[in-house]
Design a protein around this ligand. Sequence first.
Ligand code: SF4
Length: 273
Amino acid sequence: MTPTAAPAPPAPPRAQLIHIETDRRLGHEWDEWDGKPLPNRGDFSAPARLFFGYAALTLAVALGAFAAVLFLLQPRLATFHPLVPRVLWLTLGGAGVVAWAWLAVLAVSFYTGASLLPERLLERGPFLWLMNVTSFVSRAFGRRDWVEHAAIDIYNTLAERRRRRVGKGELLVLIPRCLSKGALDGVLAIAGRYDVPVFVATRGQLARRVIRERRPRAVVAVACERDMMTGLRDVAGKLPVLGLTMRLPNGPCRDAELDLDRMDVWVRGLVGA
Ligand code: SF4
């Protein structure tokens, strides 16, 4: 009698994908791309100090701009009441002190591992504004993607330390349409392992609609630095988000790769598996 073959082990769970497109349509953030390979094969990793340097420059520029406007308007403002310019100078000075003190607290929180302020006053508060304004300043020096990468790393580090936990049905994984096949398979395997839904958001607007309709309590989002900045700006203030940036070895909006181990750690940590 011939022995019966052992039944094949069950395939690992794989999350169902909602929708994906594989063509290269540039996201509007990449409109000005000239078709040349991206520096370092689209890996914009950068140390946190790069962001802190540009953030300090941004604060200096913003305060300097307000001071210049106030200086120019001073004679006119004095015609309303002689005390008006003085009050405005004091207000600007006070705002400057608060802004620099806050930046120092941010840096100490990041480098020491002690979150010195609640999230609404740190990574999910003024930081979202500062990272976007700093991005604009860094564009003038051609360092946009690196500065954004460093800012997103700082945001993630601070957000991860809050050790948030949600139920499986309360977490959403949002991915862009530009992942390579290997990256996409990896994401679906992770999502299947922890039983969380994955949505492909072809545009930021769609991502926001998915969030509105599904009402998750936390999101793990994947995007390039440029798209992630606007996503965090629009969503992270309302909802806890962890943002995983990608490498773009074949240029923007196609064959993107990502750190699957990091995604696994994040999803596992959030659903407490
Ligand atoms: S996330 Fe992907 S598709 Fe969207 S703009 Fe960035 S590179 Fe392009």
